[in-house]
Design a protein around this ligand. Structure first.
Ligand code: ADP
Ligand code: MG
Length: 243
């Protein structure tokens, strides 16, 4: 299997606090990987180090065979290859739905407005939000906002999509519509790395589940193995508390 991103020996400290400890981790093309673990275990920091919203304290990120942390690489062009979806949507509130999807394409990818709108419409259809192109974020429900945020990220046509608890800020009745879209994306062959507390969803869509505990990958495996036959005591304890 071809690696899209290969993380080697990544560490991250905030002051004296070592939040990530020597993490090795690979995402393969077409793979759907879920990251689970207690609050504070380092899940968000790992995603933020992968897309360089945080600078890792040490280690390598191998992308297309090269260590993009070696100081010789254009980190911005790497970052455009990663789509990110946040818990809090992070939409541009002064722009409508279509503009939210076109801005990055025009600015970063230098696409014409016409091309950017065409691409945006394609992905707004995928998430079922193509009827809302003129709406402003404040007119949308949380679930609709998150679907727009997903379409915006997809419009950049990234190699991998990173999701950080995309349903945690939603009212319960809106969680399902977002998970449904994500499930369809997973089935379409998109490469996805998902931090989630939705255990049933993780079990259903993931090729692999990673359990993080106190800054390390404590255990990883296929969903059936990790959820039904965990090897580690701390995985068992986490699952007992969560399921
Ligand atoms: P998770 O997403 O698993 O809940 P995080 O990656 O957000 O965990 O946080 C892991 C640890 O790192 C926590 O103890 C948190 O307080 C700390 N941390 C995260 N971001 C920062 C930061 N910018 N400055 C200082 N400490 C941070
Ligand atoms: Mg987090």
């Amino acid at each position: 299997m071809e690696a899209v991103i290969d993380i080697q020996h990544i560490s991250k400290s905030f002051g004296q606090h070592e939040v990530l400890k020597d993490i090795d981790f690979t995402v393969h093309k077409g793979e759907v990987v879920s990251i689970i673990g207690s609050s504070g275990s380092g899940k968000s920091t790992l995603l933020r180090c992968i897309n360089l919203l945080e600078k890792p304290s040490g280690g390598m990120i191998i992308y297309k065979g090269e260590n993009i942390l070696d100081g010789k690489h254009n980190v911005n062009s790497y970052r455009t290859k990663l789509g990110m979806v946040f818990q809090q949507f992070n939409l541009f509130n002064n722009h409508n739905v279509l503009e939210n999807c076109t801005v990055g394409q025009m600015k970063v990818l230098k696409r014409s407005r016409e091309e950017a709108e065409k691409v945006s419409m394609r992905y707004l259809k995928v998430v079922g939000m193509d009827q809302y192109v003129n709406a402003k974020p404040k007119q949308l429900s949380g679930g609709q906002k998150q679907r727009v945020a997903i379409a915006r990220a997809l419009s950049m046509e990234p190699d991998v999509m990173l999701f950080d608890e995309p349903t945690s800020a939603l009212d319960p009745e809106m969680v399902g519509e977002v998970l449904k879209v994500m499930k369809e994306l997973a089935e379409s062959g998109l490469t996805m790395l998902i931090v989630t507390h939705e255990m049933e969803f993780a079990r259903e869509v993931s090729d692999r589940v990673v359990f993080m505990d106190k800054g390390v990958i404590a255990e990883e495996g296929k969903p059936e193995q990790l959820f039904n036959h965990p090897n580690q005591e701390r995985t068992r304890e986490f699952l007992k508390r969560t399921l």
